[in-house]
Design a protein around this ligand. Structure first.
Ligand SMILES: Nc1ncnc2c1ncn2[C@@H]1O[C@H](COP(=O)(O)OP(=O)(O)OP(=O)(O)O)[C@@H](O)[C@H]1O
Length: 274
């Protein structure tokens, strides 16, 4: 698998105000992050709140510039956002005054190079892909949270980005809707072969979706370990692979890494009195 995205020794620092003296200080959010994502790969990035997952995604999206290190896509430096990458955020980012179809068409208008009729046909095609053909003419306030997120995914895929960046896209959904959308996303990824980087703090979600799971540690944010996940996803939706022994072993391995990190962060005194 050739590598599509490469992060090499990436660091990100922010200026933050101290709690006590209100003085500006440098805060190291990411330190020496090395990560590669192969063409067509589904990579999940898991870690505790505040470890720097969104910061990594923002850098790949070109929404921020790193303080140090180098990020490339297909060997070219990432210098800003581009139509080769698309981002789906946790909060539904649909235009409330446009129907589901018109929201998808909006992305295609921005891309340019197509007629109104072509845009309408493409929007229909991608709404069908996410199971929303019958809801094309509904406005966002007439859709459930899961449906809104499906529209956002359809919109992101409609202009055929090579890379889909997903920032906790199912975080606001109930458990059942979330599982269904995870299964649908695996199906869509299989069909389209889009490279996906998906961030989450949910261990099961990371293991279910990722061909590889990159586990982050915090303060400063680093990639602690990257684990290859070998699960037979052909069965997704038919048998419950989340209940399999293998799934449980992967889940436990990621859990142990995150747990160890948590223990490392707790001062000895607190552990002794626990
Ligand atoms: N613009 C900023 N200015 C100052 N600090 C920032 C900025 N953006 C992020 N940070 C800090 O960097 C760290 C990493 O933030 P980030 O949002 O990447 O974490 P995360 O792992 O995505 O967290 P969560 O899972 O809670 O969304 C946090 O401590 C955060 O407070």
């Amino acid at each position: 698998m050739s590598s599509r995205i490469e992060l090499s020794h990436v660091g990100q620092t922010f200026w933050v105000r101290g709690d006590d003296d209100k003085q500006l200080r440098e805060f190291v959010a990411l330190d020496d992050v090395d990560l590669t994502v192969g063409a067509g790969e589904f990579l999940t990035l898991v870690g505790p709140s505040g470890c720097g997952k969104s910061t990594v995604l923002d850098l790949i999206a070109g929404l921020a510039t790193p303080s140090s290190g180098r990020l490339t896509i297909d060997g070219r430096p990432i210098t800003g956002p581009g139509l080769d990458r698309s981002v789906v955020f946790q909060q539904y980012t649909l235009l409330p005054w446009r129907t589901a179809a018109a929201n998808v068409e909006f992305a295609l208008e921005a891309k340019g190079g197509s007629t109104k009729r072509q845009r309408a046909a493409t929007a229909r095609e991608y709404l069908e892909l996410v199971g929303l053909s019958e809801f094309a003419n509904r406005y966002p306030h007439e859709l459930s949270g899961g449906m809104k997120q499906r529209v956002a995914i359809a919109r992101s895929l409609s202009y055929e980005p090579e890379v889909l960046l997903m920032d906790e896209p199912f975080g606001a959904l109930d458990a059942q809707t979330r599982e269904r959308l995870q299964e649908e996303l695996v199906g869509i990824w299989r069909r389209l072969g889009t490279t996906i980087v998906f961030i989450t703090h949910d261990i099961e979600e990371a293991v279910f979706l990722g061909q590889r799971v990159a586990v982050m540690s915090s303060r400063p944010g680093r990639i602690r370990e990257t684990i290859g996940i070998d699960l037979d996803r052909d069965d997704a939706g038919e048998t419950d692979i989340r209940a399999s022994r293998r799934f449980g072993d992967y889940r436990h391995h990621v859990w142990s890494l995150l747990r160890q990190q948590h223990l490392d962060a707790v001062p000895d005194k607190e552990l002794a009195s626990a």
